[in-house]
Design a protein around this ligand. Sequence first.
Ligand code: DAH
Length: 373
Amino acid sequence: MSAPNSSFDPKQVAPLGEEQVFAMRDEALAAIAAATDLEALKQVRTEHAGDRSPLGLANREIGALPPQAKKDAGMRVGQARGAVNQALAARQAVLEVEAEERMLVTETVDVTLPWDRTPRGARHPITMLSERIADVFVAMGWEVAEGPLVEAEWLNFDALNLGADHPARTMQDTFWTEPAENHVVLRTHTSPVQARTMLTRKPPIYVVCPGRVFRTDEYDATHSPMFHQVEGLVVDEGITMAHLKGSLDHMLQALFGEGVVTRFRPSYFPFTEPSAEMDLVCFVCRGTGLNDDPDAEVPTCRTCRGEGWIELGGCGVVNPRVLTACGVDPERYTGFAFGFGIDRTLMFRHGVEDLRSVFEGDIRFSRAFGTEI
Ligand code: DAH
């Protein structure tokens, strides 16, 4: 047995020798100098200054050395690590400044750039007119009602007293969905909303319903297979034709200005009795039917085509059979209803000559009406 060799204190322990430690340091310094951005420097820091880096591992081994070697190696490794950390800090400072400068360049906002390059949209004039009409009634305390575009045949026709053999029901006039035995149509008017409203709420009822309707019409300057109507329905005690006239006159004054002249023309609709067609004195020729420009090619007024009157739509006192079909007691309640074309109203109110321009989606058409939000 020999005593421990305490006099053996080698200065150079393999991984902690001068050469190796300098090599680790120089490698670290080279990597630091080569890091071109903060992200890369972060990586270098882990690889060359972290606990598991060569210098980090060397540092851990120092403790196991005998005293003199420990001192020497400690100094060497300590100095190398110090140099690496200093280099890291210096590079970090340089890269931070660089990053900030880069950011100032790449994130510059040029406040002189034009801001209006994205063209502003415009609400569709049909939407604006529908809302304006509804607003007139809402201001009188009415509510806006809605119904589906794809409607039950019964609500579109039967409930409204349109008989099974009514011509409007045929394939020539109505879009039917398949299979036919489901009895579902694209609504041909907004009137089914009347039935829906009476079936779901009790009188007093005061509703207005603007919406889209469909018929198998040609697509030309005055027809379209899809167009818009506004329906009105009032059911209350003591309602008469006079209330109808007063409400419609009020609406037309709101739309066309004070002093508008209207008239009722006798008509027929299965869901109203009596029924009428409402006309408005042409607001261009004031009823004369004449073009006020004596040199004009066409001597007649272009808005009313010489008629002197503009046809607005149908209306009347709700037929008691409709009230009964929809669960309203006709002994106690009476009502009035109307249904007007919105597209037509837009056309003559704004001198639009071709209905197709209303539906073609050209933004220039909408923009001419101004943008209302
Ligand atoms: N639904 C009718 C149509 O599309 C218009 C109409 C007429 C609606 C008279 C009504 C009314 O509410 O009372 O031709």
